[in-house]
Design a protein around this ligand. Structure first.
Ligand SMILES: C[S@@+](CC[C@H](N)C(=O)[O-])C[C@H]1O[C@@H](n2cnc3c(N)ncnc32)[C@H](O)[C@@H]1O
Length: 396
């Protein structure tokens, strides 16, 4: 049973206080960007004990392995999403499966939550084979009330699968916030020609294009918005969108259009429109010539970062791969922290960041490599304590 993790999981205290990474140089600061090479649980624990970083992260995007049992290889000068050549080195192995995978993810999500600010968001990218179980783990860690969206991401063109099933062109992104106060910049899509012909197809006396929308919304109320306005009751099961005095003011400004049979609708002008609300089906196909296996779409990351963080905020990706999140953060003037245990991932990320043309500036990427854990250090200290005092100074 996949959800066994639930009965066997460790307590939050045990997870947070487990062995933490010790780095060659511990000079982290939330004011600088850095990459960490090593296991993310130990690295996240080290960050969670750092005052500059704990509770300071505004946005997390993670794209962990999907429990597929695949080995992802990387070929020199010939990168494809999945290199089939056995002679190519392994970039990373996706070997943890079933309930061990949910446990693996649960522990990392607990640590990530420690790092998130109260106005932070998390986006978790996963496929639909394991994703529904991961949704339960996310509910467990972040609370069902903080679930925002299950986004279907169209990842590729339609394919002729041999399987006796429909083709699979999507995966999923689970979007949660830590609290109700999360940063939200409400990104919009620009209007296009079809909006002019299909939606904003009316013109007023000044030639301005407009559309109309109902003045009422679903749900009955006993308050002012449930009462008749100008003798008209909202339709059954609905209420006026605004109180009668606001509706009067809108009408005085010429913002209400009355149909021939006396039905009022609100005018929305094309030249005042902020664009179209983005919905929960996205098309951001994976790059055709990736730098790294399973590399994600840079424009998608830019949209996520612009929606859920502001300039100067700290962004974390602890399954950084080729550093797509870090590159997008850098180009949008966010601070970032990336973690990955694959040396190929670190190499590709460094190369992509250092040659980012968009910022026009050459940057040096600081890489911290894990050289041990606090468990090893504690063991060593304990063994030093057992030495006769005259020898302890030589023990380090
Ligand atoms: C799906 S890839 C991420 C791809 C990335 N989103 C991109 O655009 O390139 C997952 C990454 O997680 C890393 N990873 C897996 N387990 C890890 C762990 N325990 N600690 C650190 N990194 C890990 C792998 O090395 C791999 O690079």
């Amino acid at each position: 049973m996949l959800l066994d993790y639930y009965n066997n999981r460790r307590s939050v205290e045990e997870i947070v206080n487990g062995p933490r990474a010790v780095f060659l140089n511990e000079m982290f600061s939330a004011k600088s960007n850095f990459l960490i090479m090593g296991d993310n649980a130990k690295a996240l624990r080290a960050l969670a004990h750092h005052d500059d970083i704990k509770g300071k992260v505004t946005l997390v995007y993670i794209d962990p392995p999907f429990a597929t049992k695949n080995e992802f290889r990387i070929g020199a000068g010939r990168t494809s999403t999945m290199s089939r050549s056995k002679s190519d080195p392994i970039a990373y192995s996706d070997a943890i499966i079933d309930h061990a995978f949910l446990d693996f993810l649960y522990e990392r999500l607990i640590l990530i939550r420690e790092l998130m600010a109260d106005d932070a968001s998390i986006y978790l990218h996963i496929d639909s084979k394991i994703g529904h179980y991961v949704k339960i783990v996310m509910d467990d860690v972040f609370g069902r009330v903080n679930f925002r969206n299950d986004i279907s991401r169209i990842k590729c063109n339609p394919k002729n699968f041999d399987r006796r099933a429909y083709g699979n062109v999507k995966d999923m992104i689970l979007f949660y916030t830590k609290t109700e106060r999360a940063v939200w910049n409400d990104p919009r899509l620009p209007l296009d020609g079809s909006d002019l012909t299909n939606r904003f197809n009316k013109t007023d006396e000044k030639g301005r294009h407009y559309a109309t929308i109902p003045l009422h919304a679903p749900g009955e109320t006993n308050g002012k918005t449930g009462q008749p306005w100008r003798g008209i009751l909202p339709p059954a099961g609905r209420h006026w969108r605004s109180a009668p005095e606001t509706l009067e003011a809108l009408d005085k400004q010429g913002l209400i259009e009355w149909s021939k049979n006396g039905n009022p609708r609100k005018r929305m002008f094309l030249d005042e429109s902020a664009g179209k609300k983005i919905q929960d089906i996205w098309e951001f196909k994976d790059p055709q010539y990736p730098n790294y296996p399973t590399e994600k779409n840079l424009e998608m990351l830019k949209m996520i970062i612009a929606a859920s963080s502001n300039e100067g905020d700290l962004v974390l990706d602890c399954f950084a791969g080729s550093g797509t999140t870090l590159l997008a953060s850098h180009e949008l003037n966010r601070q970032w922290i990336g973690i990955d245990q694959s040396e190929h991932a670190i190499k590709v990320t460094k190369m992509r960041l250092e040659s980012s043309l968009a910022t026009g500036s050459k940057m040096e990427v600081k890489v911290f490599s894990q050289i041990g854990t606090t468990a090893k250090r504690d063991e060593k200290l304990a063994s030093q304590k057992n030495l006769p005092s005259r020898l302890q100074k030589y023990a380090a």
